[in-house]
Design a protein around this ligand. Structure first.
Ligand SMILES: Nc1ncnc2c1ncn2[C@@H]1O[C@H](COP(=O)(O)OP(=O)(O)O)[C@@H](O)[C@H]1O
Ligand SMILES: [Mg+2]
Length: 707
């Protein structure tokens, strides 16, 4: 009996759905299996006789005859659910998507279809799980719905929130991405507290914000790890699973209306997964949050927490509907879940096509003729079965209902802390981070001191060029900062201006320290002009140059976010500037078209060098070493004739120009980020217009986002 069952039922990789040797509790299901065995389906070759192909397909919900499959309880649940929520389509975010396609070019000019016309919905207070083998498009679906699709991908189809066609822009929903970008130097408590102060509105007191942060830390089971540093590649801190929970913590602080989670339980053990998901589910229910989560291999307890399930395979819907009815759907489609197997494992195994070939080969050796059974076929059958099921119709009806009855309420950016409060918090956080991150400034400080002790020759040029060049050393730390900024920005925690202010102000004490201490060592060891005023000027120029190089590197980081590429680009730009700064080649010798104009004037080294020279040489006289001339030569003559310095303006003008450049660079950084942000949706709309007549409405980012 068991063997005939194996022959008759479709074979799926690494698993043949033969009946389990353990006795079934449900006799009806046995009957069902027997029905299948006795049907004329003896192998995959005779698919035409499969009950849900042909004319039957359109008329019934599931493939097997009504009497054996009827589950009134389940249907009641479904209709009850829809009736319940029918009355309350206000409040919260009803998200629906219809016939959603996402295409991307693969870089070789070919078009990949990542999502192939899928539909679904998500409702407040409920958790929608998106499952499927890796690469099936889970993250893409989340990205598309959250309005964060990459610019090389195009989307088609309707997404509506509360029945109104609107695309979510950044800041309107909370999204926990698959990778954790956290400030490694902070403890868990600090990270969450800072985040609470950044995000929660001014109407809450500091104590309330702290309380919210503490509650959330407890909810995510992080109390024991609260005072441990998050840690990164330098120092081992909390575990990967704990990092995931910190990321989730930060996004649920504000109790957003829409929460997207991309594999929130990866890296968590099954107990932690359950606790995290159950807390998210109860939070969703309590606060009316709409939760969409991509998830890998949930345990059966976790699976029970989901209201709806969207099962994808290669961008197609295998099943969308109540999670608790999935098992039944699979059973009726001919893929019953064996006893003692986790249902979600069973679903994923049935539709995972990645290993089809290997398995066919494996079996080919000893079971000839029976190797055609594959997950690809199983998936095909399930997709067909689903599209002809009443569940599918009910989903379509539900989407239509949401679209019609939705309140039309726009999802707005959440209210936040004031600009000033955010700036102050960011300055503090950034200051602490810079203090704790050895790579940010301390390493550079030590190297500067060592260098200044050794170097005496060509001293001024060395200071202007090489010391500032070393500012690149802080780039990796800055790139990490940018990643955190990127995540927080996309989730709408604060704006670009706040970030620039936070970074600039908090870096000032460190830059001052590393320009004054090593600067003083170099200055007095070499024996430059002794007066305090001269030294002050020297230190000021050094300070401004360091800020300038940092601003330059910020711009580089906004364009090239990879740290190795960024360092190469930054070093290249500075190298070119250094060569054109008028030291290695005197200004008049620089080749005209490019290097003299404009590079010489763009290179900040010109102003730094000349400022330093004027500071040092003016007012001094030197013995003349040239034969036939006067016995002494003034510093001014040396500047004019030897270094070819522009003498029309004072050293303070040089300093002012440098300072102006700092401001210009930082403003440019801001413009680049804003430009990229504003252009992205426009470029996407442009491309989607070119390809389809889509009816999406872009919600313009509110004026507040300019900050
Ligand atoms: N922007 C893109 N350009 C090209 N291919 C993409 C893009 N985004 C995703 N893909 C491809 O689409 C498939 C689905 O990706 P993804 O949604 O990340 O899968 P999942 O999250 O289910 O593992 C993958 O094969 C991936 O390589
Ligand atoms: Mg993914």
């Amino acid at each position: 009996m068991a063997s005939s069952s194996a022959e008759a039922s479709p074979r799926v990789p690494r698993w043949s759905p033969r009946r389990s040797p353990t006795p079934r509790e449900d006799e009806e299901e046995d009957l069902e299996m027997q029905n299948m065995e006795s049907s004329n389906l003896s192998s995959w070759g005779q698919l035409s006789g499969f009950p849900f192909s042909g004319s039957l397909a359109g008329s019934i919900r599931f493939p097997l005859p009504e009497e054996t499959i009827k589950s009134p309880a389940a249907e009641e649940v479904m209709s009850q659910e829809s009736q319940e929520s029918d009355e309350s389509l206000t409040g919260g975010a009803f998200l629906s998507w219809e016939d959603l396609w996402v295409m991307a070019s693969d870089g070789k000019g070919r078009q990949l279809t990542i999502l192939g016309g899928i539909s679904g919905y998500a409702q407040p207070g409920e958790v929608l799980a998106i499952m499927g083998p890796s690469g099936c498009g889970k993250s893409t679906l989340l990205d598309t719905l959250a309005g964060r699709l990459q610019s090389n991908a195009r989307q088609k189809g309707n997404i509506s929130v509360n029945g109104r066609k609107q695309t979510l822009s950044f800041g309107t929903s909370a999204y926990v991405t698959q990778d954790d970008t956290l400030m490694t130097t902070m403890t868990v408590r600090e990270a969450v507290h800072y985040s609470a102060q950044l995000q929660l509105p001014n109407t809450m007191t500091v104590a309330q914000k702290k309380e919210r942060a503490e509650t959330t830390i407890r909810e995510m089971g992080l109390r024991d790890a609260a005072d441990t540093r998050i840690g990164g590649w330098v120092s081992k801190g909390i575990s990967g699973g704990q990092k995931r929970r910190v990321s989730i913590c930060m996004e649920i602080l504000t109790r957003p209306k829409l929460l997207f989670l991309d594999e929130p339980t990866s890296g968590l053990d099954s107990a932690a997964s359950y606790h995290v998901m159950s807390r998210i589910a109860s939070l969703a229910q309590r606060e009316g949050i709409t939760v969409l989560t991509a998830i890998h291999q949930p345990s059966s307890e976790v699976f029970e927490l989901f209201h709806n399930l969207c099962l994808l395979s290669s961008g197609n819907t295998v099943y969308f509907g109540p999670a608790n009815m999935t098992n039944e759907f699979f059973a009726r489609s001919g893929f019953p879940c064996p006893a003692q197997r986790n249902p979600s494992d069973h679903f994923l195994r049935t539709i995972n096509k990645d290993f089809d070939e290997e398995i066919e080969d494996d079996h080919g050796d000893y079971e000839e003729g029976k190797t055609t059974a594959s997950a690809a076929k199983a998936t095909e059958i399930l997709v067909k079965s689903y599209s002809s099921s009443t569940t599918c119709q009910e989903v379509t009806q539900r989407i239509a209902f949401i679209n019609e009855k939705g309140s039309g309420e726009l999802i707005r950016r959440r209210s936040q802390a004031s600009f000033l409060a955010q700036s102050l918090v960011l300055i503090r956080r950034s200051f602490v981070n810079m203090y704790r991150d050895l790579g940010y400034y301390w390493l550079r400080f030590a190297i500067y001191v060592a260098l200044c002790l050794c170097a005496r020759g060509s001293m001024l040029m060395f200071v202007a060029a090489f010391l500032t060049f070393m500012a690149i050393g802080g780039f990796p730390s800055f790139v990490e900062d940018m990643k955190i900024f990127g995540r927080e920005r996309l989730n709408g925690h604060y704006g670009v201006v706040t970030f620039v202010i936070g970074n600039t102000v908090s870096s000032i004490p460190y830059l001052a320290l590393i320009s004054i201490v090593p600067g003083a060592i170099a200055y007095y060891l070499v024996g430059l002009q002794k007066s305090f005023q001269h030294f002050a000027y020297f230190a000021l120029v050094l300070f401004v140059c360091m800020m300038l190089v940092e601003s330059l590197m910020m711009m580089v980081a906004s364009i090239v976010p990879d740290f190795l590429m960024g360092i190469i680009t930054g070093a290249g730009i500075q190298g070119v500037m250094m060569l054109n700064g008028g030291f290695f080649r005197l200004p008049r010798d620089l080749p005209k078209p490019m290097w003299r104009y404009p590079m010489y004037y763009i290179a900040f080294h010109k102003y730094a060098n000349q400022g330093f020279y004027k500071n040092e040489f003016l007012g001094l006289t030197f013995p003349n070493t040239q034969a036939g001339g006067p016995p002494t030569i003034s510093g001014e003559d040396i500047l004019r004739d030897v270094w070819q310095v522009e003498m029309g303006y004072s050293k303070w003008v040089d300093l002012a120009i440098l300072f102006g450049m700092v401001i210009i660079y930082r403003v440019l950084f801001l413009v680049i980020i804003k430009f990229a942000e504003n252009m992205k949706p426009k470029v996407k709309v442009f491309f989607s217009r070119l390809t389809t007549k889509s009816t999406r409405v872009i919600d313009p980012p509110p004026a507040a986002s300019l900050l």
